[in-house]
Design a protein around this ligand. Sequence first.
Ligand SMILES: Nc1ncnc2c1ncn2[C@@H]1O[C@H](COP(=O)(O)OP(=O)(O)OP(=O)(O)O)[C@@H](O)[C@H]1O
Length: 271
Amino acid sequence: MAPLLQARGITKRFGGLTAVSDVSFEIEKGSIVGLIGPNGAGKTTFFNMITGLYTPSDGDMIFNGQRINGTKPSEVTKLGIGRTFQNIRLFAHMTALENVLVGQHCRMHTGLLGTLFRTPSMRAEEKAARQKAFALLEYVGLGRNSADEMAKNLPYGDQRRLEVARALATDPKLLLLDEPTAGMNPKETDALTELIYRVRDERDLTVLLIEHDMKVVMGISERVTVLDRGIKISEGLPREVQTDPKVVEAYLGTGHAAKGKGGGAPVFDKA
Ligand SMILES: Nc1ncnc2c1ncn2[C@@H]1O[C@H](COP(=O)(O)OP(=O)(O)OP(=O)(O)O)[C@@H](O)[C@H]1O
């Protein structure tokens, strides 16, 4: 089967700094893949090249058989790539429901005339959109009570879920999650991990996640790719990556790893 996403020799330079250097990797359709690495490794830069925020300096980014280098973020969303951000980027003063509706907007068909004259087809589309938005809120575990709450007033864990709902509202084939459990307590983390499995299994999605919590990323990912200072230093099954000396060294070098108890594989601390 052809990979859903393929990075071929992707490089990103910012002036004299090479943030991502000649990285190639593939994501199989239907898989959950973790992208890890110490701070400044180039993970978010890599995400930004997939979603069109940055254009690669070199290399090709292929999604679903199509080269997407230089494609605008809104077009990338339409092609089927949804994302959440490291620092939550909700519309703070809009309600939870409105945030999801914004996500859905890229899939709506009503043109300017329909919006101006509120044609029956536009009203029908609006109604269907609201129903779908409610359903998505429920799907991610935010009940109807949260729908009319302003995003900024939701508890932190719920804001992260709302970001996932908004990303799902764009009907993605590939979902990119940038540190989805950052700042969450263990219970919220478990619930979000469960949600990631569900979106993959029930919504036929492929998931790429950046995650600093090693327990989460090693537990949920089927494959893991490791960047260090812009270079791909390792990839494979979580247990292979976890014991790869290059990975251990990269993390030890930055003080992000602690030795595992009882002489076992290293257990990485949260960054
Ligand atoms: N827009 C930019 N302009 C200049 N340098 C940038 C830009 N974006 C990222 N960088 C640099 O690129 C390098 C990689 O940063 P990036 O944010 O991709 O790392 P990361 O692996 O996501 O780190 P973290 O885990 O801390 O979020 C860093 O040295 C960063 O300072």
